[in-house]
Design a protein around this ligand. Structure first.
Ligand SMILES: Cc1ncc(COP(=O)(O)O)c(C=O)c1O
Length: 414
């Protein structure tokens, strides 16, 4: 189990007050807080060895290059990628997915080809494929979801055809908390000859990932959702794909040689990292990985499940509450979306904020999913390694304050 009291001491922000109340931070699916080990790594880099990487021949540049490339190797180990060559650093998970859509999709898809997505995708794993479909004439197809927030897998089997060239699904929904059986999804896609992109933005912070065991072709996630800084995304791709794809962005670093009219490309993964990368934040991301590994993923997962199941139980004790997503915490991570009939989630969120409780309220960048659920928005509490059962109690107390404050106005509708 996690020693949460000990962990909390590492996070300076958790000791501040909001509206004169101790902060209860339950917006971790949006971004997590950072431990001092990560913050210190940023200060250390800028105070001791700030330099541009890969090009310098002075000591600072060599130190910075080594630290940056060590994190690439560390990241490869973290998801059990066969080599650091298959790890590309981007700005965020969104950019990683756009990289695949542009560098792979634009050159591989033709009119009539199909891209299979699900109805629970974040806009980041939806809009890039819409753009790609528009540019290439490919069609989008969607795996539906059941009322309790699972993918309709029998439907998926029928959606896969010889025309399906790509399947792009989330491993964990940022709204429903659902953890999808991506091993099955990947196997079935490969049987049809389609490649698979996994959106691991929500799952990488909570689950031990093994890209070789999963046998996925592409996997994307973000540092800032797992204790690391903002501005660092990770794309894992099979090496042969990275070798054969076209560059995404052009500029310095990604070339081998440049003539006035043409250029040749650097080796992978640098072929996909044009311009000066986010050196400091990537180095600090390495410290976030160290931190999570020290805690241990089975412990992190058990902690998330404990908080999610306690939150669901306490929410369901309230009158007029709707909790979305799977009932069984085996099938879900530490994200709990809910609505209080009669109260708009934004109103709930505003009152909670005044009680010091930070949650998310809105469409969570999943508007098609909101429509499927028949709502315009939900409130969402999401947990991480430093949250406690007592904080879930504070959430419930704050909801009581909101209910008392607003009484029972109109229902939330689309
Ligand atoms: C499931 C999912 N995919 C993708 C993203 C995009 O992550 P980023 O904004 O870091 O690119 C998010 C962010 O909330 C997410 O929850």
């Amino acid at each position: 189990m996690l020693d949460v009291t000990r962990i909390r001491q590492d996070f300076p922000i958790l000791h501040r007050k909001v509206h004169d109340k101790p902060l209860v931070y339950l917006d971790n699916a949006a971004t997590t807080q950072k431990p001092h080990q990560v913050i210190d790594a940023l200060v250390n880099y800028y105070s001791r060895y700030n330099a541009n990487i890969h090009r310098g021949i002075h000591a600072l540049a060599e130190e910075a290059t080594a630290a940056y490339e060590e994190v690439r190797a560390r990241t490869a180990g973290f998801i059990h990628a066969p080599s650091p060559r298959s790890i590309v650093f981007t700005r965020n998970a969104t950019e990683a997915i756009n990289l695949v859509a542009n560098a792979w999709g634009r050159f591989r898809l033709k009119p009539g080809d199909e891209i299979c997505l699900s109805e629970m995708e974040h806009h980041s794993n939806l809009v890039p494929w819409q753009l790609l479909a528009k540019a290439t004439g490919a069609r989008l197809s969607f795996i539906g979801i059941t009322d309790d927030g699972h993918l309709k897998l029998e439907e998926y089997a029928h959606k896969l055809t010889s025309k399906t060239k790509l399947v792009a699904v989330t491993q964990m929904s940022n709204v429903l908390g659902t953890i999808n059986p991506i091993d099955r999804i990947i196997t079935q896609a490969h049987q049809r000859g389609a490649l698979v992109v996994i959106d691991a933005a929500q799952s990488a912070p909570q689950l031990r990932l093994d890209v070789q065991q999963l046998d996925c072709d592409f996997l994307a996630f973000s540092s800032h959702k797992m204790l690391g800084p903002t501005g660092v995304g990770i794309l894992y791709a099979r090496e042969e794909l990275l070798e054969s794809m076209e560059p995404f962005l052009g500029g310095g670093e990604m070339i081998s040689d440049v003539q006035l009219e043409s250029a040749t490309w650097n080796e992978i993964p640098w072929k996909y990292e044009a311009g000066t990368p986010n050196i400091a934040d990537t180095i600090a991301f390495g410290k976030a990985l160290d931190y999570l590994e020290r805690l241990g993923f089975p412990n992190i997962r058990a902690h998330e499940q404990e908080l999610a199941s306690y939150a669901i139980k306490r929410l369901q004790e309230l009158e007029d509450v709707v909790v979305y997503g799977p009932r069984d915490v085996q099938d879900r991570g530490g994200v709990v979306s809910f609505n209080l009939n009669g109260l708009h989630p934004h109103d709930v969120g505003t009152v909670l904020d005044h009680e010091g409780v930070a949650i998310r309220a809105g469409h969570h960048c999943a508007k098609p999913l909101m429509r499927r659920l028949g709502v315009a928005a939900t409130a969402r509490a999401s947990f991480y390694v430093y949250n406690t059962v007592e904080e879930v109690d504070r959430l419930i107390e704050a909801i009581h304050v909101a209910k008392a404050f607003f009484g029972k106005p109109s229902r939330v509708t689309v």
